[in-house]
Design a binder for this molecule. Structure first.
Ligand SMILES: Nc1nc2c(c(=O)[nH]1)N[C@H]1C(S)=C(S)[C@@H](COP(=O)(O)OP(=O)(O)OC[C@H]3O[C@@H](n4cnc5c(=O)[nH]c(N)nc54)[C@H](O)[C@@H]3O)O[C@H]1N2
Ligand SMILES: Nc1nc2c(c(=O)[nH]1)N[C@H]1C(S)=C(S)[C@@H](COP(=O)(O)OP(=O)(O)OC[C@H]3O[C@@H](n4cnc5c(=O)[nH]c(N)nc54)[C@H](O)[C@@H]3O)O[C@H]1N2
Ligand code: SF4
Ligand SMILES: [Mo]
Length: 664
């Protein structure tokens, strides 16, 4: 970004991940510098991603509205572009009904922008509003909503630092959420807390681990079931908590008799003694906390549910230093869902089927949202050209997905109408009928919600380039064109106020308070009561007790399938969850060209370290250099998402790895 456009004095929130560090532009270095005294990065620290936050802001920007004519995108006036969006959406709605529309976005946009997006969708008569960052942690959030009444992290980074044990499952927070990790996990472990890492692959987080449990991919639920069984065997359950705060213990305990640590550990890929050791560490701790990531998301919620059982049995909910803490990914992943950019809920985790919640919204909007849940983003994309005829995409790139290229291209090409509002051209704009040039984070005003439910402000430190406009203003204009209801707002604070009236989690919050450092939801609980730590006396379901539920290992997708779980001769591919942000540096690119394979698996395939190998799935083949390493457990291989994407479909990907004929 050209430096003269940036204002040094403006404090804003880092856009690079969900930790929510506060920063400002530093003219002397041209980089970001942390804000001391901030809620998360108190000492003013930033990670390397955050320090580079202002870099690239000027690159490749869309600076003019574009409309497709005779196959080409042409520059037009804002009036014409917005008219075209309104008429495109209106036509689909008239011909095919509101549920033939899809609204996607936007975990990188503000709460106010997400609120407007879903308000447009719902006032047009559809709940087909979703954001794709939900795929990163939603199985976990769904399990938490069902059993605890909220998908939010149960605890705050502050009190998590008091844990005696951390169980990190399918995540790499040391690298992915570094400032959060350094704020609570690292100091606690340096002070003697235990860190159990449940992951088929060693990563940077494993370096600090006191014990690494590397299960077969897809066998996490079994691994957790065995931990619970060993805890029950050793009598380490928290009887008082079980009696006061849970239901169904007897049936649960009986159901656990199906599991046998000695007999089943190997099936999970683990050593029985290691399971017992980890169970003892977890069960004996006063405070044990779970941190989860994308690695346990592939199995319909079985692993997150098993982890909730583990926490409930050991009494690790509703106090400091404990709980179920999904460390979210994108800057406003939490907020997008909080604002109702999801098909099943209105703002504030309120199911669309809840008549009171619909009435609350109707009182504010003058229109009642539909009572039937909409469809998820992946489902909607699969219906492009059939059930879905028109789509509006705000700050997402759904054309990059896990469908094979030909299918994906056909689906996007089959839409009657596609509008994309983005800061830069991407794979999705290539299919768009209208492209609206948007503002980037450093150019906007509004609020975002971080991974521990802290609501903080974005402040504009620059203006958008060329004729690009702020996302907020564009959405308000579109709402006014598309609906009969009020979309006249005197800026983001006015939308924030309206949102707090329909969103029970944010009720009572004031924009001033957000500007003044930040506020946390559920706001009305009060700071000393239930804001930092959820479920203290009651769960968010409103009940004092949460159910213990038998762990259905068979339901965990791949558990019965030996090939998929890396038990048999086949291998299962592991990838990182993200493609772009890190692939840029030379070291990341070198890493990207390798496939990590366990030395034992390499030996049976005559593969030597450094050899060129073909990695083949049922979707395609990529050629990579083998790196033989114990960092991946037997039965699995690992490749960076940027090279592995052509191999990956839905769920886990079995692959075969063979010596490539082309030897170096
Ligand atoms: N530097 C950087 N940081 C980022 C991002 C970025 O692009 N760059 N992206 C952000 C985003 S959007 C997200 S969603 C988060 C992601 O945050 P994480 O989920 O922590 O990220 P990953 O590195 O993908 O870690 C997933 C881990 O799950 C493991 N895994 C895979 N399969 C299984 C399994 O079956 N069982 C278990 N137990 N583990 C398994 C993998 O080996 C890997 O170690 O990171 C955020 N932070
Ligand atoms: N195949 C495959 N699929 C994946 C992943 C993968 O690695 N491979 N990763 C998964 C994960 S973890 C995630 S979080 C999702 C992420 O999926 P997406 O959110 O679709 O991520 P990006 O591809 O980075 O696209 C983000 C787009 O938003 C635009 N943008 C950024 N800021 C703004 C803004 O303020 N306003 C507007 N209007 N636009 C903005 C960017 O220019 C970019 O085009 O994808 C998931 N799906
Ligand atoms: S940890 Fe996340 S929010 Fe904090 S500086 Fe790094 S990228 Fe930004
Ligand atoms: Mo993500």
């Amino acid at each position: 970004m050209s430096q003269e456009r940036l204002d040094e004095r403006t404090e804003t929130t880092c856009p690079r991940c969900a930790v929510g560090c506060r920063l400002r532009y530093d003219e002397a270095t041209g980089r970001a510098t942390g804000v001391e005294g901030a809620r998360v990065n108190r000492e003013g620290r930033l990670c390397p991603k955050g320090i580079a936050a202002f870099e690239g802001l000027d690159e490749d920007r869309l600076t003019t509205p574009l409309v497709r004519r005779d196959g080409d995108l042409e520059s037009v006036s804002w009036e014409e572009a917005l008219d075209r969006v309104a008429s495109g959406i209106e036509r689909v709605r008239e011909r095919h009904g509101p549920d033939a529309l899809a609204f996607f976005g936007a975990p990188r946009c503000t709460n106010e922008e997400n609120y407007l997006l879903q308000k447009i969708a719902r006032s047009l008569g559809t709940n087909n509003a979703d954001n794709r960052a939900r795929s990163c942690h939603d199985a976990t959030a769904e399990a938490m909503e069902a059993r605890l009444g909220s998908g939010g992290t149960t605890n705050s980074l502050d009190d998590l630092a008091e844990a005696d044990v951390f169980l990190v499952a399918g995540a790499n927070p040391a690298e992915r959420q570094p400032i959060a990790f350094d704020r609570c996990v690292r100091p606690a472990v340096n002070d003697g807390a235990a860190l159990l890492h449940l992951d088929p692959r060693a990563n940077r987080t494993t370096r600090l681990a006191t014990q690494h449990l590397a299960p077969h991919p897809g066998r996490d639920a079994l691994a957790v079931a065995l931990l619970v069984r060993a805890i029950l065997d050793a009598g380490l359950e928290d009887r008082a908590f079980v009696a006061e705060r849970t239901t169904g213990f007897d049936a649960f305990a009986r159901s656990m008799e199906r599991f046998d640590v000695a007999a089943d550990a190997e099936r999970a890929g683990l050593d029985p003694a290691a399971v017992r050791e980890a169970a003892e560490t977890f069960g004996e701790a006063d405070r044990a906390a779970v941190v989860t990531g994308t690695g346990i998301e592939d199995d319909e919620g079985t692993t997150p549910n098993a982890l909730l059982d583990l926490l409930l049995v050991t009494g690790n909910l509703g106090k400091r230093g404990v709980g179920m803490n999904p460390f979210r990914g994108l800057v406003n992943e939490q907020g997008a869902s909080d604002m109702g950019a999801r098909p099943d809920c209105l703002p504030g985790e309120a199911p669309v089927s809840d008549a009171d919640a619909r009435a609350r919204v109707a009182a504010e909007w003058g229109v009642e949202p539909p009572a039937e849940s909409g469809r998820s983003e992946p489902d909607l994309v699969r219906e492009f050209g059939s059930g879905v005829r028109g789509a509006f995409v705000l700050g997402e790139n759904p054309a990059v997905n896990r469908l094979d290229d030909a299918t994906s291209e056909r689906l996007f090409a089959d839409l009657d109408f596609l509008a994309v509002q983005d800061v830069a051209p991407n794979e999705t704009t290539a299919f768009a009928d209208v492209v609206l040039p948007a503002s980037a984070w450093a150019e906007k005003e509004g609020t975002v919600t971080n991974l521990d439910r802290q609501v903080q402000a974005l402040r504009p430190a620059a203006s958008p380039p060329g004729r690009a406009r702020r996302d907020f203003d564009v959405l308000a204009d579109l709402g006014a064109r598309l609906t009969d209801i009020d979309f006249e707002y005197d800026g983001p604070p006015a939308v924030f106020d309206e949102m707090t009236r329909v969103n029970p989690l944010y009720a009572g919050m004031e924009y001033e308070g957000v500007l003044d450092g930040g506020e946390r939801w559920p706001f009305s609980e009060g700071e000393s009561e239930g804001q930092d730590i959820l479920h203290r006396k009651r769960f968010r379901t409103g009940r004092q007790r949460a159910p213990l539920e038998p762990i259905d290992v068979a339901a965990s997708g791949t558990a019965g399938d030996d090939r998929d779980s890396g038990d048999g001769d086949g291998l299962v591919l592991l990838t990182e969850s993200r493609v772009d942000e890190d692939a840029g540096s030379p070291s990341a690119r070198r890493e990207a060209a390798t496939v990590q394979i366990n030395p034992a698996d390499a030996a049976t395939r005559d593969i030597v370290d450094g050899a060129q190998v073909a990695v083949e799935s049922d979707r395609g083949t990529v050629t990579l250099r083998a790196r033989c390493t114990d960092a991946v457990r037997e039965g699995t291989v690992f490749a960076h998402a940027s090279v592995a994407d052509p191999l990956v479909g839905e769920g886990r990907t079995p692959v075969e790895v063979t010596q490539s004929r082309l030897r170096e």
